[in-house]
Ligand binder design. Sequence first.
Ligand SMILES: Cc1cc2nc3c(=O)[nH]c(=O)nc-3n(C[C@H](O)[C@H](O)[C@H](O)COP(=O)(O)OP(=O)(O)OC[C@H]3O[C@@H](n4cnc5c(N)ncnc54)[C@H](O)[C@@H]3O)c2cc1C
Length: 255
Amino acid sequence: MIVEYHRPQTLPEAVNLLRRKQVLTQPLGGGTAIDFKADQPIAVVDLQALGLDTIERQGHLIHIGATVTLQQLMEFPDLAPALVGAIRHQATYNLRHQATVGGSLASADGRSPFGVAMLALDAQLKLLPDERTLSYGDLLALRDEFLPGNLITQVTLNLQVELCYEFVARTPADLPIVCAALARWPSGRLRLALGGWGKVPTLVLDGQGAEGLRPAAQAAFSNAADEWASAAYRSQIAGILAQRCWQRLLTDKEG
Ligand SMILES: Cc1cc2nc3c(=O)[nH]c(=O)nc-3n(C[C@H](O)[C@H](O)[C@H](O)COP(=O)(O)OP(=O)(O)OC[C@H]3O[C@@H](n4cnc5c(N)ncnc54)[C@H](O)[C@@H]3O)c2cc1C
């Protein structure tokens, strides 16, 4: 149950509220995923007055404010088409107008297409109060321990990175049973992330050379069983999707 609602006008005010020990206090982005029915009383800090709702371009980089909505991000020019596809797969039109980039990254589970794509793109997050920059992969590894009391203020992406996103689901609008996002840097660096299973998106590899993509994807999902699919099925499909992403990146380059 929400027992307090705050709408701070400055970042220091917001951070002070989030650092309080006595009432469990959480940032409120779009409010579509926050657990209003939590057993313990919670206070929320609405982020909407903090001016974190803009996207700035600086050369090949874009700096995305944490309260930019998924729809706003989708409409940004020059965004990788595959990232647009992953956002579309993440949430319906109405939800995309409400859900924020920060909230979506903070709450992404293993079935989140946006989380998987941002992990592949090696999104860099800026956090307060320590002003530290952290990769999304590092945040996911320690999210439960690290996120309480911290605020994601900005997310940075490199527009030069190409991306392919592929998925298998029961219907085109359903959450993925398996999805793969493969990012390629101009240097040849490749980064593969998988989703459709688990508590958080899975980073499979970060390196050069596509030879190992398929076996690495298969191995990463070799135990990925749940009520939606067996591990044998997921492992097989993960390998196929990883390979398909690679082929698509090659074809797009030639085309
Ligand atoms: C009907 C419905 C259907 C949905 N379907 C899907 C789906 O298909 N796939 C899917 O992946 N999700 C789905 N969701 C979940 C949800 O839409 C997304 O996870 C959403 O993107 C969350 O963003 P938000 O801004 O609304 O987060 P909020 O609800 O505001 O916050 C979510 C969590 O993130 C924290 N948070 C918010 N902003 C920040 C910040 N800047 N820094 C640190 N922590 C922060 C909050 O404290 C909270 O713990 C669905 C939700 C609804 C209501």
